[in-house]
Design a protein around this ligand. Structure first.
Ligand SMILES: Cc1cc2nc3c(=O)[nH]c(=O)nc-3n(C[C@H](O)[C@H](O)[C@H](O)COP(=O)(O)OP(=O)(O)OC[C@H]3O[C@@H](n4cnc5c(N)ncnc54)[C@H](O)[C@@H]3O)c2cc1C
Length: 395
């Protein structure tokens, strides 16, 4: 163990692994800590978009992921409250694959961390639960667990939706207008799965929506998400059961399936629409810790990977000049704001209440289903290949 690391990263999910890979790639020493022992479960829909695949490729880990023979999806099926359905194909976009993956996070995150473990200037420390930041002379200079402390020039909070690092900086997203809550479970013996991920707007669960994402030929990740500001007293678990019992597509596919024991779990989703900073001086927040999740689709893996890449860029700007570490935050803020368009987060935020209107959802999905071009555009937006503004111009 070193006395002082160039960068300490708290959390070894996609955000932390991305930041570790890119920072170490620049020749700096990294300490990556996580409270869990991997492989560990992470509540997620397990959808890996084409934009995520592009970052995984730049990290150099894509081949490893492909070697695990992941489930591919190349289309999106969406059903409306009136059971009308549209099926879109992922539209071709330059520089992006025409497909995404569905990979259980236990496997996906473990593949990422195994890759990072082999990078010579990264030290990985599991079962290290960060409790606080270490301050000296008004500056943050490290992290502390139960007993041990580590010092770092830059500290990166990649510790997810309940981030200790964000909380200690008073930057944790606790605003129900900018959060959702979601649950998922794994099912086996599922019937009628295709290479499409499925989104279902079941009328009894609006404004929530449900998904069935195939993880294999007969296995699926099934879940439901609801904006926290729309959450009703009856609770999300009830809504999940209502979806299974009442939705005709769920009954068709899951009627003979069984839920794998102990896999029904929930977790918050912090949205990118939160109007706040994501750094303070030499401490940067990335991924869910920074509240970087798409406001319409709940996609966060791309933002986790990409914000890790941007954090590395900011780190490289300041670490070559000792004493300039405090400038990292300012550089990072400019980088992420340029890439993660506020408009994208805001349009999704504005669409959330509209998507709770069953007449609008029926109309939009019926309209999308009429023309293949429109269905493909909607599929492209959901699969994060096209901006949401495409919906405004084409519907
Ligand atoms: C139900 C659900 C469905 C979703 N579906 C999708 C989807 O299909 N596609 C998609 O792109 N996104 C999806 N998301 C969002 C996605 O899961 C997150 O955006 C993504 O996991 C963020 O990655 P991360 O690395 O920032 O955080 P995480 O993956 O949460 O990793 C954080 C890590 O930090 C560690 N940690 C936490 N606290 C500490 C501490 N104090 N000390 C040390 N370590 C700590 C944790 O153990 C964990 O390993 C979904 C989310 C939910 C809840």
């Amino acid at each position: 163990m070193k006395e002082t690391y160039d960068a300490i990263i708290v959390g070894a999910g996609p955000a932390g692994c991305s930041a570790a890979t890119f920072i170490a790639g620049l020749g700096y020493d990294v300490l990556l800590v996580d409270r869990a022992k991997f492989p560990r479960d992470k509540v997620c829909g397990d959808g890996i978009s084409a934009t995520s695949i592009a970052v995984l490729d730049r990290m150099g880990v894509l081949k490893r992921i492909e070697d695990t023979n992941p489930q591919i999806y190349d289309g999106v099926t969406v059903s409306a409250p009136n059971s009308c359905i549209m099926m879109g194909k992922n539209p071709p976009v330059d520089g992006l694959t025409d497909y995404g993956y569905v990979i259980p996070r236990k496997e996906f995150d473990n593949t990422l961390l195994d890759f990072v473990r082999e990078i010579p200037n990264v030290e990985v420390r599991e079962r290290f639960h960060v409790k606080d930041l270490v301050r000296e002379g008004g500056k943050i200079c490290g992290i502390t667990g139960e007993e041990e402390k580590y010092r770092g020039r830059i500290i990166i909070g990649a510790d997810g939706a309940h981030s200790v690092v964000a909380r200690k900086l008073s930057l944790l997203n606790t605003d129900p207008r900018h959060k959702a809550f979601a649950m998922r479970a794994y099912f086996e013996n599922v019937e009628g799965l295709t290479n499409s991920i499925e989104i279902h707007y079941e009328k009894s669960i609006l404004p929530g929506y449900a998904w069935i994402f195939p993880t294999g030929k007969t296995t699926a990740n099934v879940g439901i998400g609801v904006g926290t500001r729309f959450m009703e007293a009856k609770g999300i678990k009830n809504l999940f059961n209502i979806f299974l019992e009442r939705n005709c597509f769920a009954r068709e596919k899951l009627g003979n399936a069984n839920m794998i024991e102990n896999t029904l779990k929930g977790w918050p989703i912090p949205f990118g629409s939160l109007p706040s900073k994501r750094s303070r001086g030499n401490v940067l927040l990335i991924g869910d810790a920074a509240s970087f999740v798409d406001t319409l689709t709940g996609e966060g893996i791309y933002y986790a990977l990409r914000s890790g890449e941007y954090a590395a860029r900011a780190v490289s700007e300041v670490l070559k000049n000792p004493g300039k570490e405090e400038r990292a935050g300012g550089i990072y803020e400019k980088l992420w704001k340029k890439e993660f368009k506020w408009k994208e987060f805001f349009q999704g935020y504005m669409l959330q209440p509209v998507m709770s209107n069953k007449y609008f959802v029926n109309f939009a999905i019926k309209n999308a289903g009429r023309k293949q071009k429109n269905a493909d555009i909607l599929a492209g937006v959901i699969a994060h290949k096209l901006p949401k503004s495409k919906l405004l111009y084409n519907f």
